[in-house]
Design a protein around this ligand. Structure first.
Ligand SMILES: *[C@@H]1O[C@H](CO)[C@@H](O)[C@H](O)[C@H]1NC(C)=O
Ligand SMILES: *[C@@H]1O[C@H](CO)[C@@H](O)[C@H](O)[C@H]1NC(C)=O
Length: 108
């Protein structure tokens, strides 16, 4: 016969057992698993143009640095004319994930 305490102690172990690593986005291959939007912002009507992968790499807005960290940033080094759009990055994972998936992100 189980006591209530035993049931409570087992519950976290059962939850942990349901997760397994399905994808690790890191290192030099970080950007291989994402689709770059490559078009003007059409969600917020913002003054942004989201670059495709090759333009993002050549403008140093999406790259993996010498430490192996993925860097994603907005253009802060060009003057943008009024009514023009500033370059930025929007990516979506190539993989789709079920509701209830757990993401762990290490970011600064
Ligand atoms: C934004 O543009 C993308 C690519 O052209 C398109 O797939 C998407 O449906 C558009 N979203 C909206 C809200 O217009
Ligand atoms: C743009 O951002 C980078 C990275 O944060 C920074 O080193 C640089 O000083 C910024 N340039 C300007 C013009 O703000």
């Amino acid at each position: 016969m189980k006591s209530p305490l035993t049931v409570l102690a087992l519950l976290p172990i059962q939850c942990l057992a349901q997760y397994s690593l399905v994808r690790d986005y890191s290192g030099s291959g970080f950007f291989d698993e994402w689709n770059f939007f490559g078009n003007a912002d059409n969600l917020t009507s913002g003054d942004l143009f989201y670059l495709d992968r090759s333009a993002a790499a050549s403008q140093k807005l999406a790259f993996v640095n010498d430490a192996g960290n993925a860097v994603v940033r907005v253009d802060n080094f060009t003057n943008v004319a009024l009514n023009d759009k500033r370059n930025s990055i929007r990516v979506e994972s190539k993989d789709l994930y079920d509701i209830g998936s757990l993401w762990i992100i290490d970011t600064v």
